[in-house]
Ligand binder design. Structure first.
Ligand SMILES: [Ca+2]
Length: 489
């Protein structure tokens, strides 16, 4: 079925006016997630070029987390972790299911926050990017992009029926969000509003395509990283923008040397990324404006985050996966009823905390499978005394090969062992000042960083005699966290 945005909006207007939870005592929930939006690329996180005035206003009216991390920096696992409040080994989605014989679904015995809210009397809906291999569960209505989806004239799966909707994905996703919000109901709502943008290949809306045309963007401090002390990073050729992205730009001039080519690609890459982000910001403004108009803002828990971080030329790379800071960190902005306004917190948050936080505000008990903690105390300026001082990270993609499932593929002489992006499984611990990473399929290869002295993680200190005591302490902490979260297999 092909429909236009105008037809879709008109159909929705007939169906009624906004639902309103006032008087029920339970807040509405608006969970907003983008794809691959790295922390360094929002105005409120210090970026002076990218155009995010709506996100910045949200931060000014809520709490912005300086230290928010993911458990496994990859799309499908990040989404499943937000839904279930659990690590990959609990919900079952360790990778993006790109590998042969490795299709992964959320374990149906592990409940998601939308399922619990639906059962507790919320009207639940999801629009936009879903990116899990099974259909959405726990939603009264769902309209999602199949797989990665398209930026222009995207097909949506609307409660099981395929519909092609003309327009730009970020605009269309927002139209669907507004349609959901306009439906009349006595129940409080939970809307999961998830954008495809700014996932690559980045395609801004035509109105944002030239926003950054006449400026030269600055290069990240690590743009020309030589990976001198980090072997796995050095071998990850498919992460490098000049190695892997040249094919995305047919107009790339032929007469450039290697240095010029890398810089040319970077400029186009980031300008398109920023154009896609501008589309998200503008559309988020439509949704938040609607809540303001309907006087629902103060009765709504609003969360903005991304499914994972991203290397935007950092270390000369694109993509995510590694436990390094640009990939491990995600933006997290929360405006909650009764919470602080315009506050920045350094308390460590993780994506496992989102589901317990939502359930806490909704007055629903979190199931035992949820491994995160409600951020409510942090949001209200009363962080619990025993708040976490370290975070545990576990990236699994390609570990299926280690489990002996990939013998056939590995017998092919053209097969590259760790694909895509040649990053094997690794796990690690990050404290306020240090990070220890174990690449356990790489011949027991380790990295240790002093984040105060070396925030860009260029100098691997592992194995230096003067680091022995610190290394032992961090290994103990890593083992403690593995045991705490049950990731010991
Ligand atoms: Ca992603």
């Amino acid at each position: 079925m092909n429909i236009t945005r105008r037809e879709m909006m008109q159909a929705a207007l007939v169906s009624g006016v906004a639902g309103c939870s006032k008087g029920s005592g339970r807040p509405n929930i608006l969970f907003v997630m983008t794809d691959d939006h790295a922390t360094a690329h929002l105005g409120c996180y210090g970026n002076r070029i990218v155009h995010t005035p709506v996100m910045d206003r949200l931060a000014a009216g809520g709490v912005r987390f300086e230290n928010s991390f993911v458990t496994n920096s990859l799309c499908a696992p990040g989404r499943a972790t937000v839904l279930t409040g659990a690590y990959s080994h609990i919900h079952g989605i360790r990778g993006n299911s790109e590998a042969k014989n490795a299709v992964e679904n959320i374990d149906p015995s592990v409940l998601t926050y939308p399922q619990l809210l639906q059962k507790a009397g919320y009207r639940t809906g999801i629009v936009g990017k879903w990116h899990l291999s099974h259909d959405p569960v726990g939603f009264d209505s769902w309209s999602v992009l199949p797989g990665q989806g398209l930026y222009f004239d995207p097909e949506f799966i609307d409660n099981g029926t395929k519909k092609k909707i003309s327009g730009y994905a970020t605009d269309v996703t927002t139209d669907l969000a507004l349609n959901f919000l306009r439906q009349k109901s006595e129940k409080p709502f939970c809307l999961v509003y998830q954008h495809k943008a700014p996932h690559r290949p980045f395609q801004p809306a035509p109105r944002h395509a030239k926003l950054f045309e006449n400026i030269e963007l600055p290069y990240p401090a690590t743009f020309d990283d030589d990976y001198a002390t980090r072997r796995v990073a050095r071998e990850a050729l498919d992460m490098r923008i000049e190695e892997s992205l040249a094919g995305d730009y047919p107009e790339l001039p032929k007469n450039l040397n290697a240095r010029e080519r890398k810089r040319w690609i970077y400029q186009r890459f980031v300008k398109d990324y920023y154009g896609a982000i501008a589309g998200v910001d503008e559309n988020l403004g439509r949704v938040l404006g609607f809540l303001d108009e309907q006087k629902l803002t103060d009765d709504t828990l609003i969360i903005y985050t991304s499914d994972n971080g991203f290397f935007v030329g950092d270390h000369g790379w694109y993509d995510k996966r590694f436990m390094y800071e640009p990939s491990l960190r995600v933006p997290l902005i929360i405006r909650a009823p009764g919470a602080k306004r315009g506050v920045v917190t350094g308390d460590m948050a993780m994506n496992i905390d989102i589901a317990p936080t939502i359930l806490d505000y909704a007055g629903v008990e979190a199931p035992k499978t949820m491994q995160g903690r409600s951020l409510r105390g942090v949001l209200e300026g009363a962080t619990p005394v025993a708040w976490r001082k370290s975070v545990y990270y576990s990236y699994y993609e390609n570990s299926w090969l280690l489990a002996g499932k990939g013998k056939e593929a590995m017998a092919d002489p053209s097969f590259q062992f760790f694909t895509p992006h040649r990053i094997g499984p690794h796990r690690g611990v990050r404290t306020a000042g240090h990070k220890l990473i174990h690449y356990y399929a790489e011949g027991d290869y380790w990295e240790l960083f002093d984040l105060d002295r070396d925030p860009n993680e260029l100098d691997n200190l592992y194995g230096r005699p003067e680091q022995a005591a610190l290394t032992a302490t961090l290994k103990t902490e890593l083992n403690r966290l593995r045991a705490q979260y049950g990731d010991t297999a």
